[in-house]
Design a protein around this ligand. Structure first.
Ligand code: NAD
Ligand code: MG
Length: 396
């Protein structure tokens, strides 16, 4: 199994976890443009059977995996005339990731659900193109040390981390002094807490520069996304928290910067388009041609930078606190955040309430300094229960 073409490049068989999402569909667009380089070997989705079937009919993967059991029959019968095998659930997904034909696993599912499949892919020796930042937030120590043990590369897909990764090319001998993660500031940049208290789901879902899945769009509005990215950067680049800074850059053209020990800074720039970091991770270490729109200086005569407002956007300060505390605290902040974002999206809590509940979870859940995988699973489980209770007891 696994196609191979008579070309100067080996065809890369890729497993896309979360192929029906924003990152997943953009990765398939990259494959569509480069059929002689990439083959979608595995496609997975949570519950969007219709789109998964459509993708399977176009890309002919060897396997599709649907997480939700109730959708299995629908996918099976729609693909019964094809050679694609249809599987269901996390265990079957993890076993499939061991297939020798797979060389890269793109983790593009959202949330904590990415942790177990990512660990399975690393144990199977597969390089990871990592979009699912929550995995590194929850268990960055475990994921990065397992990757080292298995000689597996973790290639960042998140645009800021891809930017830093690109700036580090050719700098293997040169330690990082500091990194600056850029943040657009989201739709509520410059607003105060009185304003934030009134905003709705619809307003929060309008990101100025990026079109993304709903969870990360809310995280971007609350600056939790940047907080999660600070933690992600710590693990990807082996940094101390004092080496990571956040700078607001509303145009989203400079995707992040690295400062070296001589004070020199390198930045990676380009129009905001996730297909570029996705493609870079998929083709690494090569850069491949594409027809994506090019940056034009006259369209952006001013690029501006300002301090992030951690007092108004408390989630960013809380994420730094979680990183400083270490242990299971980043897992707790992630779980609480997943719950409050889902509840905010259902109009069940207000925007500012999200930070209150996250903070309360951080102070109430038992701190574990050196967690095992079971500790992470348990911390995630009990934090969700507590956060849900706090939502139920809170008034909008
Ligand atoms: P999305 O909501 O658009 O898509 C999520 C995908 O994951 C879907 O295919 C869905 O079916 C699948 N999924 C969801 N829950 C699942 C579960 N429990 N089990 C299995 N599959 C599940 O999300 P997105 O915006 O594409 O983001 C995906 C990941 O990439 C997130 O971790 C996000 O933080 C990260 N990321 C996204 C962007 C972006 O531009 N969208 C940028 C940087 C990083
Ligand atoms: Mg990002």
């Amino acid at each position: 199994m696994g196609k191979s073409f008579n070309s100067e490049f080996a065809l890369k068989n890729i497993a896309i976890l979360g192929s029906t999402g924003s990152i997943g569909t953009q990765a398939l667009e990259v494959i569509r443009q480069n059929p002689d380089r990439f083959h979608a070997f595995v496609l997975t989705a949570n519950s969007n059977a219709g789109l998964l079937i459509k993708q399977a009919l176009e890309f002919n993967p060897e396997f599709v995996v649907i997480a939700e059991q109730s959708k299995l029959d629908e996918v099976k019968s729609a693909l019964s005339h094809t050679e694609t095998r249809v599987l269901c659930g996390q265990d079957e997904l993890c076993a499939t990731l061991e297939r020798p034909e797979i060389s890269l696993v793109l983790t593009a599912m959202v949330g904590f659900a990415g942790l177990i499949p990512t660990l399975a892919a690393i144990r199977a020796g597969k390089d990871i193109a990592l979009a699912n930042k929550e995995t590194l937030v929850v268990a960055g120590d475990m994921v990065t040390s397992l990757a080292k043990e298995h000689g597996v590369k973790i290639l960042p897909v998140d645009s800021e981390h891809s930017a830093i990764f690109q700036c580090l090319a050719g700098e293997e001998q040169n330690p990082i002094e500091k990194i600056y993660l850029t943040a657009s500031g989201g739709p509520f940049r410059g607003k105060d807490r009185d304003f934030l208290a009134t905003i709705t789901r619809k307003e929060a879902l309008k990101h100025p520069n990026w079109v993304m899945g709903e969870k990360i769009t809310i995280d971007s509005a609350s600056l939790m996304n940047k907080g999660l990215e600070v933690i992600e950067a710590k693990w990807l680049f082996d940094l101390d928290v004092s080496q990571i800074d956040v700078i607001v850059h509303p145009q989203s053209i400079v995707h992040s910067l690295v400062q070296f020990r001589d004070g020199s800074m390198k930045a990676q720039m380009g129009l905001p388009d996730m297909k570029l970091p996705i493609q870079y991770a998929m083709a690494y270490p090569e850069r491949i041609e594409n027809t994506f729109p090019r940056f034009n200086f006259t369209d952006f005569p001013n690029l501006s930078f300002e301090q992030a407002d951690k007092t108004t956007f408390r989630n960013l300060a809380l994420a730094f606190d979680a990183l400083n505390a270490g242990g299971n605290m980043p897992c707790v902040i992630n779980a609480a955040n997943e719950v409050v974002v889902a509840e905010f999206l259902k109009d069940r809590i207000g925007f500012l309430k999200m930070s209150d509940i996250i903070e309360q979870c951080m102070s109430e859940i038992t701190f574990i300094p050196d967690p095992s995988l079971d500790d992470y699973l348990e911390s995630d489980r009990i934090t969700r229960i507590l956060a849900q209770e706090l939502v139920t007891n809170s008034k909008l």
